[in-house]
Design a protein. Structure first.
Lengths: 245, 740
């Protein structure tokens, strides 16, 4: 399976992402340059972390206008799998592929730390094999990961069960104390209604190797690999909506 | 540009930071009087910051050679062979003065500058470390907050993890904080680049940011004391753009393998003047550049401003004729400008033109090597009382557990997590030991090689005795490395001192360099790069303590065999290696509990140090150890508490008996050197004892790991949660203490 890892100027998780994927059986990772429209046959597009275009203006605000993103939007519309982590999540929100926005952490500080989060959807293409209610541990590293949306959007997200990950403590308790950045409803990651676009602040590529402190990130990549090709929509097929009931 | 022959005002000289004697020398060396631009160029290159004219005679004493040294001092950074065909490139540099008046940008551009030094060697930066010193909190909070945010702002955006360093607070740094940034990178040894402008006719390409008016005279500013007018020098502080530097980094990586590239040189202090002169000087060549071809951010800039600008995020690339287009294409991919601004010549002159007219022409060697070495007067500081009679001075506290809690919560000993978590510590998927232990460790992805990294100093010890204090800095850095299971292989040093024109300050510098030299020679450690920062004085804090800071790199051939500081499992033996004596002078215990900084710093015996480090290394090689931790500031009890907290495991010990009638508080908090705290499975004990005997080091069983308390029977009993609360919350408490 081919993963296309998008590289904007200022992106930095692309190398770690490709390194993590190189350890996953059956995965091939290729860089996708921001100036190119060709997704080179990628089955899954990853928007990695970093400071795309310096995050000037707003995080992710300029990346959405890049040529590669036009293709990503099209790809997502066809049901292709898109995973945005950290800055990638911010870009997905700016591009309108996911609702809401990520603003400055409530504590006004950059936060890099291991963070627990509970998986509330074990049935998306990104989380197959992870039980609903299972607590994962992944690194976060951001200054602007505070998820906000208007009340209507938030209740729609909850109603549709689009919240995939929520910050929690080691025991799975979701409360203000376990929230590292002030995100509404402790949101760490969401999918679109169709279920083929996931945005998350944590970094799965930083926990795909036991020597780095954890393996929970690997579960996401393995889940994507397990998704049947017919459900990925990479070839432009109009795949059936996934996961979201 | 003309001037009445032979006359120059003191004001003009001060503006370019030249002494009258230096000016006279310039007149002698040149056929004619220098014009204003030439004088400015000489001024910046002859500044202490660029020429090291005061410290150079001393720095020659440092051992720079060694079996593993690939590049010693004199280049953008030093390099050592770490095995597997890989070179580790590293250097530490100060950005003290800019951080004093503009903490965020000063610190940020300090990080940006040291990154470019490593990039210029052809390496990819792997990790950053920072040694920071501020005045006491909460008063110094603006410095502290600005510097920490600046380091994070630059490093995080660049995607280079900040994995270690140190933070200390002392009154002497109140107006003159110290910000020393160290960068470590890796490159295949055969792809190591040297910044030598070789090949007459080679083209000089200026790449990266455009040149503006920022930072003019930054190098000269760094060579003056801070005073009430320093705020007016704020324009001499540059503004950083880490996004641009990230693009520059990636473009420089793509230069690798392009045969056309002769050399890469960072533009740092003294900007274009320094980088062109140094690059040409190393190759004994000349250079000719045309200022009209330098891309500018502002209009109407004079040649003087272009040549002296310290605009950030610029690099000079030396390219064989005909290779310009290929190199420019790499930068264009990253939307960066690359302008041909001149070429290498064989006349040994740095010629600056504005279009066709020559505006400056100076011998390269006069610029880079011409500054006369200074040999200021040296005079020992009045001797401190060397022996502290503790019993007469201080009564022994009854509640040692309470003292431990207080020490662990004190600003210099408490957890740095609140700072570390503001830095991206994990980027690069290489951080194997995160900050918070003895040394950090990063691995070389694709290999099993681990690099242990530390940055260490102790101004208080050096204040009491600069020679011993500097030796301790080297030995402690080495202990930090050894505690991770790695072998120390190279040193970079940052020498932060006050005004060396005062005889006692120059004496401190002399003593500290001698101490570093002796300790490095004894431990067989080459000093491959470094930086000197003088004139660190302010109206607020006076002269800083002599503060040599030691950056050290160690190697472990298989990072999976690393050791960490935290206790591992219940039932393990917890042991103290080395001897505890009454080394209470300059200790945190004396400072925190009694407000005293006096006496002698801990004694240091280099033979003993070698023995103890040798013991730890051999014990680790024979797989006898579960954990190891350097016993440093705060002494044995603080080290023990840290090992408990890092391992989240208590320890139960029988009553402690001080060796040779030591007072119990001294046994707990003495900062005797050459000690480690280790844990090991009980079955390893006989072998450890045999090994200790053969290395002639003391081994003392303290107790057993386990439970959730730190206990010495009948003497001390504190719960880990109480210790953790003090330790974890110490920094926040110090920051907030105005509100009390």
């Amino acid at each position: 399976m081919r993963f296309g890892v998008v590289v904007f100027p200022g992106t930095w998780s692309d190398r770690d992402m490709r390194l993590a994927l190189s350890g996953v059986e059956g995965a091939e990772a290729i860089p996708l340059w921001h100036k190119e429209r060709d997704l080179q046959g990628a089955d899954c597009v990853i928007l990695p972390g970093g400071f795309s275009y310096g995050d000037y203006l707003r995080t992710g605000a300029i990346a959405r206008f890049s040529p590669v993103l036009e293709s990503v939007v099209e790809f997502a519309a066809q049901g292709g799998l898109v995973l945005g982590s950290c800055n990638g999540f911010q870009v997905l929100c700016e591009a309108g592929l996911l609702p809401g926005a990520l603003v400055r952490n409530a504590n006004l500080e950059f936060r890099c730390q291991w963070q627990h989060m509970v998986c509330e959807r074990g049935d998306t293409p990104f989380t197959h094999g992870i039980h609903t209610g299972q607590v994962l541990r992944m690194p976060i590293s951001h200054g602007e990961g505070n998820y906000v949306a208007d009340p209507a959007t938030l209740s729609r997200l909850e109603q549709n069960r689009q919240v995939v990950f929520r910050y929690c403590d080691s025991g799975g308790l979701v409360d203000a104390e376990a929230n590292p950045n002030g995100s509404q409803h402790n949101i760490a990651g969401i999918v679109n209604e169709r279920g083929n676009v996931l945005g998350m602040m944590p970094h799965p590529e930083r926990c795909a190797d036991a020597d780095l402190g954890g393996l929970d990130g690997l579960r996401l990549f393995e889940a994507i690999l397990r998704t049947p090709a017919g459900a990925r929509g990479a070839a432009g097929s109009s795949a059936a909506p996934l996961g979201v009931a | 540009m003309s001037r009445t022959a032979g006359f120059i005002s003191s004001w003009e000289l001060r503006e370019v930071a030249l002494s009258r004697a230096e000016y006279e020398l310039i007149l002698k060396r040149l056929a004619q009087e220098p014009n204003q631009l030439e004088l400015g160029m000489l001024g910046v290159l002859w500044s202490e910051h660029c020429s090291y004219k005061t410290s150079k005679p001393l720095l020659r004493r440092l051992p720079g050679r060694g079996r593993q040294v690939l590049q010693g001092p004199g280049e953008n950074a030093g390099a050592v062979d770490v095995g597997g065909g890989w070179a580790c490139v590293f250097k530490v540099e100060s950005h003290n003065h800019p951080s004093a008046i503009e903490p965020y940008q000063g610190a940020a551009t300090g990080v940006g500058g040291i990154l470019r030094d490593v990039m210029a060697m052809g390496a990819r930066p792997l990790a950053l470390l920072d040694s920071l010193r501020f005045g006491p909190l909460p008063e110094s909070r603006p410095h502290f907050e600005g510097v920490v945010a600046g380091i994070g702002g630059y490093g995080n955006c660049m995607g280079i993890p900040t994995v270690g360093g140190e933070i200390y607070f002392d009154e002497c740094y109140a107006g003159n904080p110290l910000v020393n940034a160290m960068c470590v990178g890796v490159v295949r040894s055969k792809e190591l680049m040297l910044a030598r402008a070789e090949g007459t006719g080679s083209r000089l390409l200026l790449v990266g940011a455009r040149t503006g008016r920022d930072g003019i005279h930054g190098a000269s500013f760094a060579s003056l004391e801070l005073d009430g007018d320093s705020d007016e020098r704020r324009p001499a502080v540059q503004v950083g753009n880490p996004f641009l530097e990230k693009c520059l980094l990636e473009a420089c990586q793509e230069l690798r393998g392009l045969g056309e590239v002769v050399a890469v040189q960072d533009l740092g202090a003294a900007g274009l003047t320094s980088s062109v002169a140094e690059c040409a000087g190393r190759a004994k060549a000349g250079a000719r550049i045309d200022v009209t071809r330098v891309p500018r951010r502002e209009t109407g800039m004079s040649p003087y401003e272009v040549m002296l600008s310290e605009s950030q995020e610029r690099m000079l690339i030396v390219v064989r004729p005909g290779g310009e287009a290929r190199v420019a294409k790499v930068f264009a991919k990253w939307d960066l400008e690359a302008a041909v601004i001149g070429e290498v010549t064989d006349d040994g002159q740095l010629t600056v033109t504005e279009g066709d007219s020559v505006v400056a022409r100076l011998p390269v060697q006069l610029l880079t090597e011409g500054a006369p070495e200074r040999n200021p007067r040296s005079q020992p500081r009045a001797q401190q009382a060397t022996i502290l009679n503790l019993d007469r001075l201080l009564s022994e506290p009854e509640d040692l557990g309470g003292v431990l809690v207080k020490l662990l919560g004190s600003p210099n000993l408490c957890s740095r997590l609140p700072v570390h978590r503001r830095y991206d510590t994990m980027n690069g998927a290489a951080t194997i030991i995160p900050p918070g232990g003895d040394a950090a460790m990063v691995r070389l992805n694709g290999t099993q090689i681990g690099l242990a990294l530390t940055l260490d100093g102790n101004g208080r010890y050096c204040q009491l005795d600069p020679f011993t204090g500097a030796q301790i800095a080297v030995c402690e850095a080495a202990r930090n490395i050894v505690a991770t299971g790695a072998v120390p292989i190279g040193v970079t040093d940052c020498l932060n001192f006050a005004n060396p024109d005062r005889p006692e300050v120059y004496w401190e510098l002399e003593q500290a360099v001698a101490g570093i030299a002796e300790a490095c020679a004894s431990l067989e450690l080459p000093v491959v790069s470094g930086n000197v920062s003088l004139y660190n004085e302010s109206e607020q804090g006076g002269a800083i303590q002599p503060t040599p800071v030691i950056g050290m790199v160690g190697v472990i051939s298989d990072y999976r065999r690393r050791l960490t500081a935290g206790l591992r499992q219940a039932g393990d033996f917890v042991l103290l290696i080395g001897q505890t004596r009454s080394d209470i002078g300059g200790s945190e215990y004396m400072k925190v509990m009694f407000g005293q900084v006096s006496g002698s710093p801990p004694a240091l015996d280099l033979a003993r140090e070698q023995a103890v480090q040798g013991f730890i290394r051999e014990a680790h090689e024979t797989e006898l150890l579960y954990s190891a931790h350097d016993v440093a500031e705060g002494g044995m009890l603080v080290a023990l508490a840290e090992s408990c907290l890092l391992g989240d495991l208590g320890v139960r010990c029988p009553a402690l008996v001080g060796d040779g009638g030591l007072r119990l508080d001294v046994a707990c908090f003495s900062e005797s050197q050459s000690r480690f705290l280790i844990s090991a499975p009980p079955r390893a004990m006989p072998n450890l004892q045999t090994l200790a005997r053969s290395h002639r080091v003391e081994i003392t069983l303290l107790g057993l790991a386990g439970g959730s308390e730190l206990e010495f029977e009948g003497q001390i009993r504190v719960s880990l949660s109480e210790l953790r609360k003090a330790w974890a919350g110490g920094l926040e408490k110090a920051l907030q203490s105005t509100r009390e």
